[in-house]
Ligand binder design. Structure first.
Ligand code: FAD
Length: 388
């Protein structure tokens, strides 16, 4: 059996992290930079260039999780806790890396252009009111005062204090820099040489392994008797991590482009890095082969309906990425059925938002600390108890 944190040094094990997206990088940051625990990060691609690069960078607990049908019943709580951690996480990251984290504490707006969306926003407002989460209902005129780029057609909306934004590309760059500067962290290009050890998998020189390879987590390879087998053979629950393609584009800012995050229905606009990001498609069980002109043009048209000034804004980039999703749209956080093998994957539309809390929970778990009751509900061995 693999040496587990409890059988080795309980508070200073050496941890292997498979996958250096925002999830693996944030866990590495928490362990090595904040807690002094040595880590090795493996990535078969370029660190930080997966879904974490493709994302829009919204930190949106209220809009994404307050009223999401079919979601894990505690997802909203997890998202709220992580959103609250973001300012401190960003400050520590900036101090450790010397780079900007990209975090901006600017409340987002959600706008309704028709009665159906207005009803949906009212339902979100009710959930927020019941939980005592700050928000402000606005009529069309109030919305346009808050964001003059909005169409005169907007009917009503919400200002969401909990929902902010971050330039996620800057965040991953800062995480990489902070880890490169940390003597307790090291990066390895390519696959981790994981080996089968009966019911579990081991990695020489490490006390625990965290699988954090986004949508590809289940197919991380393990050597057994000279052959290579997928990690899912050691815990079938990992098979529930699926791919959800997403396409987006960005445009240059100008007169009539929004200065704050604005969402309506399935379209959102995010000012980021001197551009305005427009997202996003959600394509279940698809790995897009790059961005598609028709799909991104449809997004652009929906964005123009929301903010007419975008019509004149030149397109600067189109791209695609793949979200890792689970059946209840919440991440797997915890030890798998294989002792010493942990998983942190399946963050779906909220991986940027959930990075700080994921890092805390996983660092607690692999060092043998109690991560708390909320964390336990996100175990990969949970039964699905969706809210709808
Ligand atoms: C279009 C789009 C918009 C989004 N917008 C938002 C948003 O606004 N807010 C938000 O919170 N979330 C958003 N998300 C979701 C968010 O991007 C993801 O949940 C998050 O990035 C997942 O991070 P990750 O580290 O698990 O995966 P990734 O960033 O994909 O990282 C996984 C890493 O693992 C590596 N890897 C793969 N296989 C192996 C292997 N066998 N061995 C070693 N390494 C391996 C990959 O190379 C990659 O670097 C969006 C996603 C998309 C696609």
């Amino acid at each position: 059996m693999a040496p587990t944190p409890s059988s080795a040094n309980p508070h200073r094990p050496r941890i292997a992290i498979i996958g250096a997206g925002i999830i693996g990088l944030s866990i590495g940051f928490e362990l090595a930079v904040r807690r002094g625990v040595p880590v090795t990060l493996y990535d078969t691609g370029a660190p930080g260039r997966g879904a974490s690069w493709a994302a829009a960078g919204m930190i949106a607990p209220a809009f994404e999780a307050a009223g999401e049908a079919g979601a894990h019943p505690r997802l909203f709580d997890l998202c709220l806790e992580s959103a609250a951690l973001w300012p401190g996480f960003a400050a520590e990251l900036e101090a450790a890396s010397g780079l900007a984290s990209g975090y901006a504490a600017a409340p987002a707006l959600a706008a309704a252009m028709d009665g159906r969306e207005a009803a949906r926003l009212e339902a979100i407002a009710q959930t927020l009111a019941a939980r005592g989460v700050a928000h402000r209902m606005l009529d069309g005129a109030g919305l346009r005062r808050a964001e003059p780029a909005l169409s005169p057609q907007v009917l009503s909306g919400l200002e969401l204090e909990t929902d902010t934004r971050v330039d996620n590309r800057r965040t991953v760059a800062a995480l990489i820099r902070a880890l490169e500067a940390c003597p307790l962290a090291s990066f390895r290009a390519g696959p981790a040489p994981l080996k089968s050890a009966g019911r579990t998998v081991v990695l020489e020189g490490h006390d625990a392994v965290i699988a954090a390879a986004g949508w590809q987590t289940a197919v991380i390879k393990v050597e057994e008797a000279g052959g290579l087998y997928s990690l899912v053979n050691w815990d079938t629950a990992l098979d529930d991590i699926d791919c959800y393609g997403g396409q987006m584009l960005s445009v240059a800012p100008g007169d009539g482009t929004p200065g704050r995050v604005v969402r309506s229905g399935d379209v959102y606009l995010v000012p980021r890095g001197g551009q305005v990001v427009i997202g996003a498609t959600v394509e279940p069980f698809i790995v897009p082969d790059g961005a598609d002109e028709a799909a991104t043009e449809a997004l652009r048209q929906a964005a123009i309906a929301l903010c007419p000034g975008l019509e004149a804004a030149p397109v600067t980039e189109r791209w695609a990425g793949v979200r890792p999703g689970t059946p209840d749209h919440a991440p797997f956080l915890g030890e798998t059925a294989a002792p010493g093998l942990f998983v942190a994957a399946g963050h779906y539309r909220n991986g940027i938002l959930l990075a700080p809390i994921t890092a805390r929970i996983m660092a607690d778990l692999v060092t043998g600390r109690d991560a708390g009751a909320l964390a336990a509900t996100f175990s990969p061995r949970r039964a699905y108890t969706a809210t709808a």
